[in-house]
Design a protein around this ligand. Structure first.
Ligand code: SF4
Length: 372
């Protein structure tokens, strides 16, 4: 199998993982650790070491995710920002940080602005008091409103809010109220995630079941229609934005472009090589070798990723030249499957651009399984 060609271009996106959280949410199975000052200090030192080893040119996007990056007090994260300050960002850059409502205040927001952060991604998840309590989130609807108003008044004009739908006991009225509240806050970007109960989550341990697929589907239809009517265009299955506010960093992933990732369990994609760091905290801090997975992508892998990632986007995938580097058999297999789903109206093809229909976007996984 042929490996994908080297580009010699440096990645223009950087992801930085902060694994600490102030508490553990009921549905979460991500790589997270309860915040502890000494561990956080040691972790930031290790992150800085890792950052210094990268060959970084001009970046277009930086994304600090987690965990809860905003759980770190300024005196701990300041050191990392001093290093990031040295990185050159292009004129059109996007620099995001994930935050929880209760860990943001005026001092922290001003600090982020001073260090060039121009996009906040806030874990709102719901406005319903009972559901928030069940999720083990430590905010309420009023706190969301206050923090978004504060952030805007200080100069943040690019804010994403995450919403979870399909939580046990959620009704369509609760969902509609959540959507109304979000739209009233006039944020530019909304990410909506259907609840899944993952193995390592508290919900799973308590044997709690998610809503059934029909209910999730009905809720997604409500979200899609409501957000469209209020000026938020869906550009990716779970992501809705006002014009020009699509997440530049996440588009890097969906466009299958290169990126650096540093920190616990962070992934990088550089010149056809996919690397994943260890998710073991002690190994990350103390070992010379922190790479847990290393995979060279072949042209066939690359073709599959292009389909998998780009078909999630409403802009779809250009078929021009896409089969140039794969053999006749692979090309035929893809075209046969594409034609099958064109006939079933789950895909459309216009000007050589392949897109999912609305129905197809919700059934994309089953299309992709056939391409594997
Ligand atoms: S959902 Fe976010 S804030 Fe909650 S435990 Fe997981 S990473 Fe932390």
């Amino acid at each position: 199998m042929m490996r994908i060609k080297r580009t010699n271009n440096l990645p223009r996106a950087l992801y930085i993982h902060i694994p600490f959280c102030l508490n553990i949410c009921s549905y979460c199975s991500f790589c997270h650790l309860l915040y502890d000052e000494n561990r956080a200090i040691a972790y930031i030192d290790r992150l800085i070491e890792e950052l210094k080893q990268l060959k970084i040119g001009e970046l277009h996007t930086i994304y600090i995710g987690g965990g809860t990056p905003s759980s770190l007090p300024i005196f701990i994260i300041e050191k990392l920002f001093k290093e990031i300050d040295k990185i050159h960002l292009d004129d059109d850059y996007e620099f995001s940080i994930e935050a929880n409502v209760e860990s943001l205040d005026e001092e922290k927001l001003k600090f982020y602005l001073k260090h060039r952060i121009n996009r906040l991604s806030i874990g709102v998840e719901s406005f319903d008091a009972n559901i928030l309590k069940d999720m083990r989130r430590n905010h309420d609807a009023k706190m969301v409103e206050d923090v978004i108003k504060l952030a805007k008044s200080l100069g943040f004009n690019n804010i994403n809010c995450d919403l979870i739908y399909g939580y046990p006991h959620e009704t369509t009225n609760i969902l509609k109220n959540d959507l109304n509240c979000l739209v009233a806050l006039d944020v530019n970007h909304i990410s909506c995630y259907g609840l899944t109960v993952e193995d390592r989550s508290i919900l799973h341990a308590k044997k709690i079941k998610p809503q059934d697929d029909d209910m999730l589907r009905d809720e997604y239809d409500i979200i899609y229609k409501f957000l469209n009517e209020h000026g938020y265009k869906r550009y990716e299955t779970s992501n809705f934005a006002k014009p020009t506010y699509e997440s530049k960093h996440n588009l890097t992933y969906w466009h299958d472009e290169q990126y650096y990732g540093i920190g616990l369990s962070a992934a990088s994609y550089i010149d056809g090589l996919r690397l994943v760091n260890t998710s073991n905290f002690d190994r990350y801090l103390h070992s010379e070798n922190i790479i847990e997975e290393k995979e060279y992508l072949t042209e066939e892998d690359h073709l599959f990723y292009e389909f998998m990632l780009r078909l999630r986007l409403d802009e779809g995938l250009s078929l021009d030249n896409i089969f140039n580097e794969v053999n006749f058999e692979t090309k035929n297999k893809y075209l046969r499957i594409v034609n099958k789903y064109l006939d079933r109206n789950l895909l459309t093809l216009k000007d050589n651009r392949l897109k999912t229909t609305y129905e197809g976007s919700l059934l994309l996984d089953s299309i992709l399984i056939e391409l594997l």
